[in-house]
Design a protein around this ligand. Structure first.
Ligand SMILES: Nc1nc2c(ncn2[C@@H]2O[C@H](COP(=O)(O)OP(=O)(O)OP(=O)(O)O)[C@@H](O)[C@H]2O)c(=O)[nH]1
Ligand SMILES: [Mg+2]
Length: 361
């Protein structure tokens, strides 16, 4: 999963990136021009328990790749920079939107004062502007295409043009793509354009060490605007410092400072919730592994996350819930006790399902 960190200049994006990746990317330059990429393992204590049972050669957690983007004046304008940001933004599965609420006299806010509600709304507008620009170009291209197309090719292009028109009007009326109701063919057309307002957004309020914690409600943001968005509070600077300590030292400091779970873990939890993700597990002597998928994904598609051939060659899935497997100690015992089930293509995979896919490849 790829998550891009976005936000206004100097909102603490790189600092948060460091907190999430336990990294040391430079945050002293100001108007950082560099892009940072870091891979983080998704903590899952179930893997450790399964590793004790199977003693596999390797244990492979699910991973998240964080992309720290430089803070341009405007995301829409950033398309000019060799398309570099736009590609990353389009390729991302979700955005972490950093909103400054920390006070720091040494870091003047570009707008003169700290105003989280204003900045949050401005950033959401930036995403919408970027989409409107992209859709305008697409509409022009489709119009040219329709003029030049052979009569037989026209209906497809006209349908695409209608879909583009509909989505454009929706975004103009403040409904991001992720909240628009589209037909299957309209959605399919939009997949090609990878619009930014179609992506899930998790807002990270970058607070002072002592808070206060913010919320969409508390800020008085129109609930329609933030429907479906995730929210997390974190003091990025403190979290980045704590993240560089050893585990034991960090735990001690967190207790002393009254800080709860690390932001790097809370962000992952909220990201999974916001994206509707779960993990299924695979076990064996070679590898114990977690795979993240959308909640309820049919078994046949879930198999495809392991190998694309597995979707085509899917026969059935042997499924045992994690708790049952741990209690039984082995899948063989699970089979004897009747808790290992055989499931077909459409079985909706659940969190903690330990699965052995039987495939014909
Ligand atoms: N007091 C305080 N300062 C912070 C916090 N987070 C970031 N800063 C400071 O704000 C400045 C900017 O932080 P960065 O992480 O570089 O912000 P950025 O959004 O990556 O900035 P650009 O990439 O230049 O847009 C740095 O001097 C940080 O130390 C925070 O939680 N509290
Ligand atoms: Mg930065």
């Amino acid at each position: 999963m790829d998550i891009a960190i976005i936000g206004q200049p100097q909102s603490g994006k790189t600092t948060l990136f460091n907190a999430l990746t336990r990294g040391k990317a430079d945050t002293t330059g100001g108007a950082g021009n560099e892009m940072h990429v870091g891979v983080v393992k998704v903590p899952d204590p179930r893997l450790d328990t399964l590793a004790k049972i199977y003693k596999p050669k390797k244990v492979t957690p699910a991973e998240i790749k964080y992309w720290d983007l430089p803070g341009p004046e405007s995301l829409a304008k950033s398309q000019g920079i060799g398309g570099r940001f736009r590609n990353t933004l389009q390729a991302a599965d979700a955005y972490l939107l950093v909103v400054r609420s920390f006070t720091n006299p040494a870091v003047p806010h570009p707008q003169g004062n700290v105003d989280p509600k204003r900045d949050l709304l401005a950033m959401l507008s930036e995403l919408a502007f970027a989409d409107l620009e992209a859709l305008e170009r697409t509409a022009t291209r489709l119009e040219d295409g329709i003029k030049k197309a052979k009569p037989a090719e026209r209906p497809v292009l006209i349908r695409q043009q209608e879909a583009v028109q509909k989505v454009r009007q929706g975004i103009e009326a403040d409904t991001p793509l992720r909240r628009q109701t589209l037909t299957e063919s309209e959605s399919a057309a939009m997949t090609n354009y990878q619009l930014l307002t179609g992506k899930p957004v998790i807002v990270v309020f970058n607070t002072d060490e002592s808070g206060p914690e913010l919320s969409f409600n508390g800020l008085g943001v129109d609930p329609a605007v933030t429907a479906g968005l995730g929210q997390v509070n974190a003091c990025a600077r403190l979290e980045a410092e704590l993240a560089l300590m050893s585990d034991a030292e960090e735990k001690e400091f967190r207790q002393a400072l009254g800080q709860g779970e690390p932001a790097r873990d809370r962000v992952i939890q909220v990201s999974y919730q916001t994206l509707g993700l779960i993990s299924f597990l695979t076990v064996g002597e070679d590898e114990v592994r977690a795979w993240s998928i959308r909640d309820g994904l049919p078994a046949q598609q879930a198999a495809g996350t392991i190998h694309t051939d597995f979707t085509r060659g899917f026969i059935r899935a042997e499924v045992i819930p994690y708790d049952d497997l741990v209690r039984c100690g082995s899948t063989a015992q699970g089979r004897k006790e009747g808790v290992l089930r055989s499931e077909g293509k459409t079985y909706p995979v659940k969190d903690g399902d330990v699965i052995n896919f039987l495939v014909n490849v």
